[in-house]
Design a protein around this ligand. Structure first.
Ligand code: APR
Length: 238
């Protein structure tokens, strides 16, 4: 029944926005952060993914992101990413606002993607901000222009979000007829405030729905790949 309701809402929506989190990428083989097998189970996020760690514990910081970048090797988008990219082409999705830094939505062919937490596949110098290759970062090289430290273009704890991605996501979510939130615990500020901005229908697709889901008009418990496949099959019948 819930799937049919969502399909109905999608068909009647003039503007649908999707907000994703790390749960969108676990079926591709990348751990999320706060589940049993998540990154933060054994690592204190402040010690490796903060401005403090970049400035004062650079080797720890660099090793952590080297591990995350290497974990992306041979990782491909799964059916869920592909369905969202297909829905964009069919005009069913206007924007994907994502907390993910793995660019799997791009790799699946989505073009309208707002990277709210940046990404770990592009690198810059912390001092002169000049771009560098990922190989430079992985080889522990310094900036070739100013010998500054290199870092991924990821938003660290203690940093503000990229303004353009935030403004686009905020406006699109506020004006959307339908907002579908997929694979996120909504524990991290300020992205966890975005669903509250939605004036349209608000839907939650997540493996774990034990937390508060009162703000949602519809909740679909399950994995992103499976639930999106079921919706796509129903959509095809209409
Ligand atoms: N399908 C659907 N949901 C899933 C799946 C899946 N295959 N796998 C995991 N989940 C759910 C988990 O149950 C959990 O509720 O996705 C959620 C992931 O939550 P988090 O690990 O907290 O990840 P996220 O919400 O993206 O974290 C936000 O925190 O650490 C920072 O910058 C990091 O962007 C990240 C932010």
């Amino acid at each position: 029944m819930a799937i049919e309701t969502l399909v109905e809402w999608m068909k009647n929506s003039n503007s649908t926005v999707v907000l994703t989190g790390a749960g969108m990428s676990t079926e591709s083989g990348i751990p999320d952060f706060r589940s049993q097998s998540g990154w933060w189970q054994n690592i204190d996020p402040r010690s490796v993914a903060s401005v403090e760690s970049l400035q004062h514990h650079y080797e720890l910081f660099r090793e952590f992101y080297q591990m995350r970048i290497e974990a992306l090797t041979n990782i491909e988008p799964h059916i869920g990413h592909q369905i969202l990219a297909d829905w964009e082409k069919r005009g069913l999705v206007a924007l994907i606002a994502t907390q993910n830094v793995d660019q799997l939505h791009h790799k699946a062919g989505s073009e309208e993607v707002a990277e709210l937490h940046g990404n770990i596949v592009t690198i810059r110098c912390t001092s002169c901000v000049k771009p560098h290759t990922i190989e430079h970062f992985l080889n522990n090289s310094v900036c070739t222009y100013c010998t500054g430290k290199l870092r991924p273009n990821v938003v660290l704890f203690g940093e503000s979000l990229p303004q353009e991605a935030w403004n686009l996501s905020f406006n699109e979510i506020q004006n959307a007829d339908l907002v579908i939130v997929i694979g996120t615990s909504l524990e991290v500020y300020p992205v966890n405030q975005l669903p509250r901005m939605a004036r349209g229908k608000l839907v939650y697709i997540n493996l774990d729905v034990s937390g508060s889901t009162r703000q949602f008009d519809l909740v679909l418990e399950g994995s992103a790949g499976e639930v999106l496949t079921k919706i796509d099959q129903k959509l095809a019948l209409f």
